[in-house]
Design a protein around this ligand. Structure first.
Ligand SMILES: Nc1ncnc2c1ncn2[C@@H]1O[C@H](COP(=O)(O)OP(=O)(O)O)[C@@H](O)[C@H]1O
Ligand SMILES: [Mg+2]
Length: 497
């Protein structure tokens, strides 16, 4: 109707106004389309991890404002930044704009589209994985893949880890992947694994091919513990624990919860240096922590009792529980609390640490799953059962400072559990035998340097989006009775009522 030239009918005022409006609408549509295309481009770029730093920061911040897994808690009152130099280098976009925030979109349309700018942080454009030659696989699981590789240009040996992305999930790079990149990139501590760069696979349209280039570390503690003929000496356990607590203290000081500390995520190089790895479950938290965090964190055997009892508000104490479990494992070479499921895990915890009471854990009954829990008061002989810890009996070779440290880490009440800082200053490390110097640490043949690491079957960290186990009404009152049946594998204590 309205050809290219001036419309035949558009000469009165009303027509002109209509035409102007139509033109405006068309322009607006065009503008929106262009903006969408720009946004898409930017997202692709983020997916290619070129701008992993700022994208992650922005999304992390947004997730942060939303609470962890959905709840709206408002911005954290306190959060220290680890890498101010990146922020200043990254100029305006990443530091001045809480990009992605809805408030941004609501402000005047004339303001620059800060949301869409990705300045690339410290990485610039991602290089290709082709810069590296694969030497051998280290780990290959359902999702995970880690390999030893060598950079062509320098001959440097590194570890390549492919980001875990569910191929069925088409919604882009998962927040966990962004967090892993962001947190590793921010961290700078000798006991935290170092991320060198993020590289992309040949086919950059495929979101599955994003790789972390990490310092290659010869061993993980789990493989060493499985293979060593003799347990670590007391002085060696101390060296490992000191380094672990230094690394965890650094994370907690910087508002990072690891949420999957276990021996297979602790690496050890041939110079006796321990590195905390695998930040796939980690996240930043504020102070106070968000009200609603996912309970599906931490591999079952290392999971704190408050998580098993359904706490959705938790803090760094959950990592310290895992540190306690790792302490026990370093002493015996066996995971300390090998529950078959959530209820069994709780049963094993209460057997070792005692049944919680109003004195040892005042807020215990307020936890969601604790309300329906029936706890024993007497044992099979009718005597009142001990509510105290059996740690001393289980570790007869541990001296009193060691027992105190382990009990402090395995305190049922998270508010009474030792912090990483308290652990660092613990008497245990000052007592003889003193921690062994790292350089004097024994070396072990590296499995990662030769072939894929062999593993016994152990549980994995929970998968995001999995349903939380509903413990239902649980009767634990048989924990301390019927040992004879237990020995025969009678499944003594896990009656659901
Ligand atoms: N930088 C590294 N150097 C050597 N081996 C590594 C490195 N990072 C990870 N690994 C090995 O790969 C395994 C899996 O890596 P991890 O980061 O824990 O991924 P996942 O999320 O699959 O558990 C580790 O248990 C360790 O044996
Ligand atoms: Mg791992």
């Amino acid at each position: 109707m309205t050809g290219n030239g001036k419309s035949r009918w558009a000469d009165d005022e009303e027509d002109a106004a209509l035409e102007a409006q139509l033109r405006k609408e068309k322009e607006e549509k065009k503008r929106l389309k262009a903006e969408k295309a720009r946004k898409l481009g930017a997202e692709k770029q983020a997916a290619a991890a070129a701008a992993a730093a700022s994208a992650a920061a922005q999304r992390e911040q947004q997730a942060h404002y939303d609470g962890d897994e959905g709840a709206n808690n408002g911005p954290p009152s306190k959060r220290r930044r680890l890498s101010p130099e990146h922020e200043t280098a990254g100029a305006g976009a990443s530091s001045s704009a809480p990009a992605g925030g809805s408030s941004d979109r609501n402000t005047s349309s004339s303001s620059a589209p800060k949301l869409l700018r990705f300045d690339g942080g410290a990485f610039g454009k991602s290089r290709s994985v082709e810069e590296y030659d694969k030497l051998n696989d280290i780990e290959e699981g359902a999702y995970g893949w880690v390999a030893r590789a060598q950079e062509h240009a320098t001959g440097k040996v590194v570890a390549l880890k492919r980001l875990k992305i569910d191929p069925k999930d088409r919604s882009g790079l998962p927040v966990t992947g962004l967090r892993e990149i962001q947190i590793l990139k921010d961290c700078d501590h000798r006991n935290v694994l170092k991320l060198q760069e993020v590289v992309v696979g040949q086919d950059t349209s495929k979101i599955e091919s994003i790789f972390l280039v990490l310092d290659f570390i010869e061993h993980d503690l789990k493989s060493i513990l499985e293979d060593m003929p003799e347990p670590f000496l007391a002085s060696e356990v101390k060296t490992l624990l000191l380094q672990l607590s230094a690394g965890v203290n650094y994370l907690h000081d910087n508002w990072i919860l690891h949420r999957d500390l276990k021996t297979s995520n602790l690496l050890l190089n041939n110079r006796g240096q321990l590195k905390i790895a695998d930040f796939g479950m980690a996240r930043y938290v504020g102070d106070p922590p968000p009200k609603k965090l996912t309970q599906l964190v931490v591999t079952l055997w290392y999971r704190a009792p408050e998580l098993l009892l359904g706490a959705s508000r938790y803090d760094s104490a959950i990592d310290m529980w895992s540190v306690g479990c790792i302490f026990g494992e370093l002493l015996t070479r066996e995971p300390l609390l090998q529950g078959k499921n959530e209820v069994d895990e709780l049963t094993k915890i209460f057997e070792l640490c005692g049944i919680p009471t109003d004195e040892t854990w005042p807020s215990f009954r307020r936890l969601p799953n604790a309300r329906s829990l029936r706890l024993p008061t007497t044992n099979s002989a009718g005597a009142r059962i001990a509510t105290g810890s059996l740690v001393r009996a289980k570790f007869p070779l541990l001296r009193s400072a060691g027992v105190a440290l382990l009990n402090g880490l395995l305190a049922l009440d998270p508010d009474r559990r030792l912090t990483a800082k308290e652990m660092l200053e613990h008497e245990y490390f000052r007592q003889d035998p003193k921690p062994k110097q790292e350089v004097l640490f024994p070396t072990f043949p590296s499995k990662a340097g030769q072939e894929r690491r062999r593993r016994r079957q152990t549980p994995n960290a929970p998968v995001r989006g999995q349903a939380v186990a509903d413990l239902g009404a649980v009767d634990l009152s048989g924990i301390f009775s019927g040992r004879e049946r237990e020995e025969r594998g009678g499944g003594f204590s896990l009656r659901m009522v």
